[in-house]
Design a protein around this ligand. Structure first.
Ligand code: GAF
Length: 383
């Protein structure tokens, strides 16, 4: 188990200094997928699996990084930072770059990173790294970065250094998550409300397909472009439209449908998914879990058949649970192309479900199915 003490000891043994330690969690998302970069709504929560970043100042201009997961060191001079072919340093260097672009001074530093967010599972380990790094450097160099800037810096770091044109959901949930709550976030105004996650007799189970999703390598950025294309076409007649958030299905019918059937189908999904967030949130507030489960299934259908960001493994898992009345709903979660499905399962059926689904999954795909049980938790903080 990772603790403040274990991080402290490891840091001191590597860098011979006392660190500042920051914890930033991963996230789940109940519903609202691919709506964030379209200025829509999302319903995520921070989880009890997190990234830990420990930092101390150096006397020189070097950035010295150590990643526990890879047992790897990466060093670069502060004035030479640039995106690297190595994956993991980019999330940290991207944050440093954003901080420098804001005219905030950062000196050389040591940084140690560890965590228990499963990598490539769609639980936003990269956003957690970005948010933890931002707060850690803010504390170390007394930069007083306002809390609302943490997700914005993380998102831009992802755009520029990781090459993924993501929305703000993951970084926002990691920063502002709260135990026992989901966040209903308006990704345009960044206004949000906390909604208690009360799942009377039910629980959230993540089924990890163990298909590693790599957003930069997939069609994620293409989807972002397709949404932009639709906006441009809609704007020809409706100049007041700024983003997909302002677009209705009838506008898509009128301005996009005959021009590009694929762009039409995908963007109609975005409009419908954003509306589904409001609906699902009301169901959650009313304790109507059956209806919420239905929303999850509708969302998955759209993600799979319309937005085309699912994969055979996730489709199989979602299809499989439909035979059990004890599972109210499931869907591909996060950016897609693998990672986890999120499932709403009756408490006393969890063990039976796992027993039934795991061997079937292995027989079909020759891969282990990993079950991840998560609790909601608080957002980014100094330990
Ligand atoms: C990834 C992105 F990082 C988020 O911004 C969001 O678009 C999500 O995919 C899909 O909803 O996690």
């Amino acid at each position: 188990m990772i603790t403040k003490e274990s991080i402290q000891n490891k840091f001191t043994s590597i860098f011979q200094a006392e660190p500042i330690i920051v914890r930033s969690p991963g996230r789940i998302n109940i519903i609202g997928e691919h709506t964030d970069y379209n200025d829509g709504f999302v319903l995520p929560a921070a989880i009890d699996k997190a990234v830990y970043i420990a930092v101390s100042k150096r006397d020189d201009e070097l950035i010295s990084l150590y990643a526990e997961d890879y047992k790897a060191v990466y060093e670069i001079s502060l004035n030479a930072i640039a995106p690297t072919d190595l994956h993991w340093p980019n999330y940290i260097l991207g944050v440093v770059d954003q901080i420098q672009k804001r005219g905030l001074l950062v000196g050389g530093f040591n940084l140690y990173i560890d965590g228990d967010v499963p990598l490539g599972a769609g639980l936003s380990s990269s956003a957690a790294v970005e948010c933890a790094t931002t707060l850690a450097l803010s504390e170390l160099f007394e930069l007083n970065i306002p809390r609302l800037e943490i997700p914005k810096i993380g998102q831009l770091a992802e755009h520029t250094y990781a090459g993924v044109k993501c929305g703000i959901m993951d970084q926002f949930a990691s920063t502002f998550g709260k135990k026992d709550q989901v966040l209903k976030l308006d990704c345009r105004s960044l206004e949000y409300e906390y909604v208690p996650l009360i799942l009377d007799g039910y629980t959230i189970i993540l089924l990890n397909t163990n298909v590693k999703h790599a957003l930069g390598d997939t069609a994620y950025n293409k989807r972002v472009e397709q949404c932009k294309q639709a906006i441009d076409w809609v704007k020809e007649k409706y100049p007041e439209v700024v983003n997909m958030r302002d677009v209705s299905v009838s506008m898509l019918d009128e301005m996009v449908k005959d021009r590009d059937a694929e762009v039409y189908t995908k963007t109609r999904f975005v409009v419908e998914e954003s509306e589904r967030v409001h609906e699902a949130c009301e169901h959650l507030k009313a304790g109507n879990l059956k209806a919420l489960g239905q929303n999850l299934l509708e969302s998955h259908h759209g993600l799979s058949q319309e937005y085309e960001v699912s994969c055979a493994e996730s489709d199989y898992l979602v299809d499989f649970i439909k035979q059990f009345p004890e599972v109210l709903g499931a869907r591909q979660m996060g950016g897609g192309f693998g990672g986890c499905t999120i499932n709403l399962v009756k408490n006393n059926f969890v063990a039976a479900l796992i027993e039934k689904i795991s061997p079937e999954y292995f027989a079909k795909f020759g891969k282990e199915l990993t079950v991840i049980q998560v609790k909601t938790d608080d957002g980014t903080s100094v330990l």
